[in-house]
Design a protein around this ligand. Sequence first.
Ligand SMILES: [Zn+2]
Length: 445
Amino acid sequence: MKKDEGNGLPLDYLIRAALILPLSPDLPSAISSGYVGIRGSTIACMGAGAGEKWPAREVIEARGMLVMPGLVNTHTHGAMTLFRGLADDLPLKAWLEEHIFPAEARIIDPETVYWGSLLACAEMIRSGTTTCGDGYFCLEGTARAVEEAGLRAVLAHGIIDFPAPGVPDPAENIAAVRRFVERWQGVSDRIRPGVFPHSLYTCSARTLQEAKGLARQHQLPLFIHLAETREEVEQVRQTTGRSPVRFLKDLDLLDSRTVSVHATWVEGEELDLLTETGTAVSHCPESNLKLAAGVTPVPEMLCRGVRVGLGTDGCASNNDLDLLREMRTTALLHKVAGMDPTVMDAPSLVRMAALGGAEVLGWEKEIGSLQTGKQADLIIIDLDRPHLTPLYNPYSHLVYAASGADVDTVFIAGRMVMRRKELLTLDWKEIRNRVREIGKRLANP
Ligand SMILES: [Zn+2]
């Protein structure tokens, strides 16, 4: 085989004749017919034309296809796919306390978390998500699943001040996270540990500070559900005399490694605090809509320079992990909420779902855009479909017409994990059967 001009080795894959959206500030917004070359885990070359000078072990003809960075889901609870459709149409408090917490107490253990997480990995890969921020318990099961699936993830171990799956004694909650962090930090290029104190209504001030201390010690991201509902804000005001954001600021929990999940009920001073401290926001609009939690002021956050990424939240409150559909919901929600059809335009949404998410997770140097030298996390979308015809503007189609079902092929860290809609790393039938068994156990106690 002829040698290339790189380091003398052929590419592993050459994807060519594709419409490419690099999402990189240094590159055009779209390359109408271009190539991307992958060697090892990284993008070795890309550009306009056919890439003839790059010999490759495998050439993927992608005429009529779109290549873009893999999507980044900044907030989910993967194993909660097990609770998809278990309890709908309820307020957050009743939904959590009467349905989700009891269901978790009954069936969540490392093995069920493993199978629920495998299901989440299968769903994410199939719908174009290559990286997620997952916060949950019994997270060893999720780590196993992510390893096997070949997904990339920040795995943030849950912390609450009452008995939790895998942590029956709340006095041990920080120690359990510390063990998980020490087990996973630096072990895998695709898995980074994180810390996930669940919320202000499930964690004491002391627990929150200990969680942040651990995160700072290891330079880890900290995720927290924050100011999700009006009830939460009222409760925190009654007990502390402050807003949730001000309270966290006073506890020294806000900085550039903190990800505030939801941040629905924030305004004025709270927006100033998020901006000044560099705190990121994970916006989960479908979960907010379904639980009637409220509308996060995302356009205002973006104007102030706050990093905002998209999240699905768990499958119990969404009820899927499809980020392409989440983009569309986000655009539509903010247009009607602001009575302004010009806000949250399609290119901004696509950026938010990929590079924006990578920035929220602190992974933007490696992923989120297509650029030589970055990780080869990319998805190929089939445009040869009735609902994607004709094509004037690919960003428009991605936000307003496409769904996760249009994703054809997926690479993560240079490894092909889905080819022509076939999962290559996961045994779908086995996952399906095991999850159905768990579902039967839950439905028939
Ligand atoms: Zn959540």
